[in-house]
Design a protein around this ligand. Structure first.
Ligand SMILES: [Zn+2]
Ligand SMILES: [Zn+2]
Ligand SMILES: [Zn+2]
Ligand SMILES: [Zn+2]
Length: 268
């Protein structure tokens, strides 16, 4: 008896709360999101802890939570959920893909018309394999070193050649550890600044950017020599140091800097 009483108290309370919430929502016009909707259909006994799984979207369950509502009410609630669903899904897939996607294939949402290039421009794309020759603010991936948002000059890059936003640019590196913009280098910078070949890096599924190599302590004094990163360490940027490096017989600027740092630390 006591339990029954408690149960119906609970139901009363819950119904009151649902009604109150609904009135509030309706007075606001429309529910802003499906989560609001879920809130009003969530039993109050549920202790709703903060959940980090904000990215997962579960469709509204038709359950006895909706008992007591007329079919019309249910229908209109469902319609509201449906109306916000695409937007929510887009938002969540955006957040999800941004987590997963490497920096040489960032998520883009662009109008197809923005993706078209004249055949003439496209034909120039592979003129320079080292840095690329066509600047493209939409599809071009910015090199961490030269900061040029260019299409790559690789013949078979689906992103730059076929204008496919979902493909990575194969003419820019992707760090297997951080997948961040720190690890995005064009063919020319990769070679000149770090002495590495694009084709080898692309094959190497475990390739790491200088930032990650340093962070993991893999190769002492092997550091990123982009002017921005050097300035952060209060080291003078090595703009055209490649000539100096080559003259002195170093493979790349990073090799030169590594040696200088070693000497400075007294290991030379
Ligand atoms: Zn570059
Ligand atoms: Zn490319
Ligand atoms: Zn990295
Ligand atoms: Zn850097």
């Amino acid at each position: 008896m006591g339990r029954l009483r408690a149960k119906s108290d609970y139901e009363d309370l819950r119904n009151a709360r649902i009604a109150e919430n609904q009135a509030r929502m309706l007075s606001l016009g429309l529910e802003k999101s499906a989560s609001d909707l879920r809130a009003i259909t969530t039993p109050i006994k549920t202790v709703r802890k903060y959940k980090k799984s904000v990215y997962s979207y579960t469709s509204l369950r038709r359950s006895d939570r909706l008992k007591g509502k007329s079919p019309d009410q249910i229908k209109s609630l469902e319609e509201k959920v449906r109306s916000v669903e695409p937007a929510r899904k887009r938002l969540f897939s955006l957040a999800r893909s941004e987590e997963r996607r490497p920096a040489n294939a960032p998520l883009l949402s662009v109008h197809p018309s923005k993706l078209q290039l004249s055949p003439d421009v496209l034909s120039r794309r592979c003129d320079s394999k080292s840095r690329g020759s066509v600047y493209d603010p939409v599809l071009g991936i910015c090199c961490h070193f030269c900061r040029q948002k260019k299409l790559c000059g690789e013949e078979d890059c689906k992103r730059c050649g076929d204008r496919d936003v979902d493909q990575p640019c194969i003419g820019k590196t992707d760090c297997s550890v951080c997948h961040s913009t720190n690890g995005v280098l064009c063919r020319a910078c990769l070679k000149v600044r770090y002495g590495e070949e694009m084709d080898e890096v692309r094959e190497n599924k475990e390739w790491m950017c200088p930032h990650c190599i340093e962070e993991k302590g893999i190769n002492p004094y092997w550091i990123c020599n982009s002017s921005f990163c050097l300035r952060k360490r209060k080291i003078a940027p090595t703009g055209i140091a490649i000539y100096e490096a080559r003259e002195k017989g170093y493979e790349s600027v990073a090799h030169l800097v590594m040696d200088q740092l070693k000497r400075a630390a007294g290991h030379g």
